[in-house]
Ligand binder design. Structure first.
Ligand code: SAM
Length: 235
């Protein structure tokens, strides 16, 4: 993940429009700082929150190398950290990892002064992985929550979310089929036996396609939802 990926991403454009030189920004679940670092040169201050020390180390290192003195990294789960609010608060590709979405979103709302953004995949990965899932489990997978559920939660919190569905280039790349198999084995809950691992590698060898000198899933772009709202505390 690099900063250049962020600047070509549709969310980046929306965040730039919502912020200015004097804005403070909060990136919840920032990971290695894809958006936090890309925004930092254009705003007053960015706080990147993430429970992963390894991710924040990358973010800090990149900030140092980029001479970005206005990026603060705070380690912890969003539900538990104590950080100051910001003009704009956003969270990108984090909500599916969160057990209590209403609590997470209410805190995101409370932390935002002017605008809050939530970025989520707008398609079910199962739609793509279905043939592989059925191969191992013999039936379709129970569908998980979607971005529409997040919209409902925000409405239940009394907010008025706006939704824009955008296309994002698929960034998943694997150097080898074996690397892909390790990743998909967990996603597909494939038993950890030599036979099942071999079957998965065989299936992936015909399913993955060459991309940028590596291998990727057979999707050039995937839809994503930019959900944004004026926070309760907002002007
Ligand atoms: C898929 S990455 C997204 C990273 C980044 N936002 C982006 O879009 O490139 C998900 C991130 O959410 C973080 N995360 C997981 N649980 C979290 C929580 N409870 N609070 C904040 N971040 C969390 C993970 O550590 C990980 O860095």
């Amino acid at each position: 993940m690099t900063v250049s990926h962020a600047t070509t991403d549709p969310l980046y454009g929306r965040l730039r429009r919502a912020t200015g030189r004097r804005s403070t920004v909060l990136d919840v679940g920032a990971g290695p700082g894809r958006f936090a670092l890309a925004l930092a040169p254009h705003v007053a201050a960015v706080t990147a929150v993430d429970p992963s020390g390894a991710m924040l180390d990358i973010c800090r290192r990149r900030a140092r190398r980029g001479g970005l003195a206005n990026v603060a990294c705070v380690q912890g789960r969003w539900e538990e950290v104590d950080v100051e609010g910001a003009d704009v608060a956003f969270s990108s590709y984090v909500l599916p990892l969160i057990a209590n979405a209403p609590r997470f979103l209410a805190k995101l709302d409370a932390a935002a002064g002017e605008r809050a953004f939530l970025y989520l995949g707008a398609f079910s990965l199962d739609a793509v992985l279905d043939p592989l899932w059925r191969h191992f489990h013999g039936r379709p997978r129970r569908p998980g929550p979607t971005y529409l559920d997040a919209v409902d939660v925000l409405k239940e919190l009394g907010l008025r979310p706006e939704v824009e569905v955008v296309e994002v280039p698929s960034r998943t790349r694997f150097r080898t089929v074996a690397e892909a198999a390790r990743d998909y084995r967990e996603q597909l809950l494939v038993p950890d036996t030599p036979e099942a691992r071999r079957e998965l590698r065989e299936l992936l060898a015909s399913w993955l396609v060459p991309r940028d000198g590596a291998l990727g899933p057979p999707l050039k772009t995937t839809p994503a939802a930019i959900i944004s709202w004026r926070p309760h505390g907002g002007a």
